[in-house]
Design a protein around this ligand. Structure first.
Ligand SMILES: [Zn+2]
Ligand SMILES: [Zn+2]
Ligand SMILES: [Zn+2]
Length: 481
């Protein structure tokens, strides 16, 4: 506090001077003079004792510090166990390192026509010879100059039946130019959408064509689809529509919310929900049914399997027969507490035993599952995760609370470009090379999905392989039934 500072004059003389001044001007003067001095002081101090420049920008420093502090992740799977941390880490994710969609359009590049034209045609032909048919055709269509160099040869090559997959890949690449059309997979042709913007997912027995297709009734060449549950299929066209909407805008398709459904069948109730993450469409199917305690093995089968096609009533991937999905479901059913007699001598005996053990019997107690049936299970061969729970649910028919088995399945449906995508192939059992523990090594599908709808977070828990021994017996195995 220096005596020269005008703002700090508190002596008798200054009091007298100030008292004689008109009030308003005094305030203005004091305010003005103080700020000028402060600025001057600040300028001086900034030269003398300037704090060293931080090496990192504050946000970046925060990210690094956060990563360091919260390195406590599951050593097996690299998953975070604390969901609050997950939510916090969403805010510190480095978006710059995120590789965006390959379909993002970049029109800020300098024109390169001159450079392209300057290279001889045989050199371009040589370049194209290193590419697969889809890539070569994409190169030829990139500009008129390239087309003049490469000619129509690469398009004709795509028409060969053996190049169907390449043709679909090439055609899906021009999706952004055709908002009113949809790529028909059996025909490998774009058809005009007949229900544009009002396409809705319907049960499989309802005829629901999205375009006029000559292959519509050709059972030898059916459109690709994925079985959700009995009588419910997810046609690939809906995955296409949703991902087109996500990539190019609402004119191209549907939002993921429009795909969600609730339905009941064979005493099971099902609910689906969809979410897009990192360019992939994710699906959650929750299926539940009331289960009585103390079911016999055959009663469990009746409860779990559809008699029509011997598939489980709940949603399952193509590999459900191998591994421990069905044994885990039966194990969970075994944990449902049995109803006890409360009257008579037997009831008294139970009460005495409970008193000695220091516990109170509650028929509506939460069912505790064991280390075998409680953990989240991930199919090693496709991007699918399962969680089995036993919950108390209200039975609307009589208003009573009863124990119900709830099987939730989370699946990655892929990027929706072609059914040749690795995820779509894996969940349908046509791509045998998929390793879900490699693709989802950091965070599980369920964890990603539930983080998007934070109100319903999952309790942190480990993820086990659905098929730890990787035995593949399919229908020949005996564990599935
Ligand atoms: Zn067609
Ligand atoms: Zn168990
Ligand atoms: Zn699977």
């Amino acid at each position: 506090m220096s005596a020269e500072s005008p703002g700090q004059k508190h002596g008798f003389k200054s009091f007298f001077n100030n008292a004689l001044r008109p009030k308003k001007s005094r305030q203005t003067l004091r305010k003005g003079s103080r700020s000028t001095t402060d600025l001057r002081l600040a300028a001086r101090s900034s030269v003398d004792e300037a704090p060293p420049m931080p090496e990192l920008a504050p946000l970046h420093a925060h990210r690094l510090k956060y990563k360091e502090l919260h390195a406590a992740v599951d050593t097996q799977l690299g998953e975070r166990q604390d969901y609050t941390e997950i939510i916090h880490s969403l805010g510190t994710l480095d978006l710059n390192g995120n590789t965006g969609s390959a379909y993002e359009y970049n029109d800020h590049r300098p024109p390169g026509e001159g450079d392209i034209a300057s290279l001889p045609s045989n050199l371009w032909a040589e370049i194209a010879s290193y590419l697969n048919p889809a890539e070569a055709a994409s190169l030829a269509i990139a500009s008129i100059t390239l087309y003049r160099h490469l000619g129509p040869k690469h398009f004709m090559r795509l028409d060969h039946p053996s190049n169907l997959t390449y043709k679909l890949t090439f055609l899906s690449g021009i999706d952004n130019t055709l908002p009113h059309h949809l790529l028909c997979i059996p025909c490998a042709i774009y058809h005009r959408r007949t229900q544009e913007g009002t396409e809705r997912l319907k049960p499989s027995h309802v005829l629901n064509p999205l375009f006029k297709c000559p292959n519509a009734r050709n059972t030898g060449n059916p459109p690709p689809r994925h079985r959700i549950t009995h009588g419910r299929l997810l046609p690939f066209t809906f995955v296409q529509l949703t991902m087109r909407n996500h990539r190019y805008g609402p004119r191209y398709g549907l939002t993921p919310d429009t795909l969600g459904r609730r339905w009941q069948r064979d005493d099971w109730s099902h609910a689906t929900r969809f979410h897009i993450h990192d360019g992939h469409l994710l699906m959650r199917v929750t299926s539940q049914t009331f289960a009585a305690p103390g079911l016999t093995p055959s009663a469990m089968r009746i409860l779990l399997y559809s008699r029509e096609d011997y598939w489980p009533y709940f949603s399952a991937c193509a590999h459900w027969r191998d591994g421990e999905l069905m044994p885990a479901c039966k194990c969970a059913l075994d944990h449902i507490p049995k109803v006890r007699q409360t009257g008579g001598l037997q009831g008294l005996e139970h009460r005495v035993k409970d008193r000695i053990a220091g516990q109170i019997f509650d028929p509506n107690a939460l069912t505790t599952l064991c280390g075998f049936c409680r953990p989240m299970r991930r199919c090693p061969e496709c991007p699918t995760e399962y969680l089995i729970e036993v919950k108390l649910c209200e039975d609307r028919t009589d208003g009573r609370f009863k124990q119900a088995i709830v099987v939730t399945r989370w699946t990655d449906l892929g990027d929706g470009t072609t059914p040749g995508g690795i995820e779509w192939g894996a969940i349908n059992g046509t791509n045998g090379d998929y390793d879900s523990f490699e693709h989802y090594s950091k965070r599980g599908i369920a964890s990603i999905f539930e983080a998007a709808f934070t109100a319903d977070t999952l309790p942190g828990q480990r993820v086990l392989s659905l098929n730890p021994k990787k035995k593949k017996l399919g229908e020949k195995g005996n564990g599935w039934y």
